[in-house]
Write a protein that binds this ligand. Structure first.
Ligand code: ADP
Ligand code: ADP
Length: 227
């Protein structure tokens, strides 16, 4: 369970990006954070992964207030929360397999563990046949699926996606959604910031809409409605 309690974020230039945010995200949830550009979605994500600090309020993950974490404990938080960005951020010189394997290698996983986990992650995103390709041989949708495989390879319980379909056409976007649905069905909490009205409306999941740093609605099952 993730809880935002009375969260405020004011940037150093005086912009109040978030005001009095109260939000509960149950374990295993599929949450869409919606709202136009500048609403505050990325700021919520940055607070959750401690890329930015709250100005006021608490953010609890399984009861632990992550706003109180010391610098040395942040890597541990980031092992529990994987992030996928709009741009894919793949390593050009590495194969798809190696891109997905990279984080596990750094953690010192064994060759067998790496093989097993990477194979499984590529299966989930439906890219088993591209393991030996290089990023420049893939389409945008395939590249995004690789970045999702890379994010889930260490089995973090929470997956955060910031506009994962932002650069993709409709059909390709649905391939991404299929992968995210599968990941969610395995028990991972998925949080997706998006402007993709059609996707949110079709999915009918938990939707939180932000406008000028405030939550304008929070529905357990719903769509992306105009104000
Ligand atoms: P998105 O809408 O996809 O979140 P933005 O264009 O809002 O992307 O932001 C891109 C990056 O620039 C983010 O890291 C954000 O924190 C930063 N940023 C956005 N607005 C400002 C600003 N007014 N001053 C400094 N950095 C900003
Ligand atoms: P969204 O992700 O919904 O597009 P953001 O969270 O990126 O919105 O931005 C919310 C507000 O905070 C915007 O007014 C943006 O310009 C501002 N902002 C974002 N990042 C920064 C930053 N690093 N410094 C100053 N202002 C920022």
């Amino acid at each position: 369970m993730i809880q935002f309690e009375n969260v405020y974020k004011e940037y150093s230039n005086g912009v109040m990006a978030l005001s009095n945010i109260n939000l509960s995200i149950p374990k295993g949830d599929f949450l869409f954070l919606v709202g136009s550009s500048g609403a505050g979605k990325s700021t919520m994500i940055k607070l959750l992964i401690r890329e930015e600090k709250v100005t006021r309020g608490r953010i609890l993950i399984d009861g632990n207030d992550i706003t109180k974490l010391r610098k040395k404990d942040i890597p541990k938080l980031r092992r529990n929360i994987s992030v996928v960005f709009q741009d894919f951020r793949l390593l050009d010189k590495k194969t798809i397999f190696e891109n997905v394997a990279y984080a596990l290698e750094i953690q010192g996983a064994s060759k067998n563990e790496i093989k097993k986990s990477v194979t499984e992650a590529l299966e989930i995103v439906n890219l088993s046949n591209r393991a030996q390709s290089y990023p420049d041989e893939l389409s945008g949708g395939e590249s995004q699926r690789v970045s999702i495989a890379r994010a889930i390879v260490n089995n973090a319980p929470i997956l955060v996606c910031d506009e994962p379909t932002g650069n993709l056409d409709t059909n390709t976007a649905w391939d991404i959604m299929q992968a995210l649905i599968k990941i969610n069905e395995r028990g991972t909490t998925v949080i997706m910031a998006t402007h993709a009205v059609e996707i949110v409306n079709k999915m009918q999941r938990h939707v939180v809409k932000i406008l000028d740093g405030h939550i304008v609605y929070d529905v357990e099952k719903g769509g992306y409605y105009e104000d």
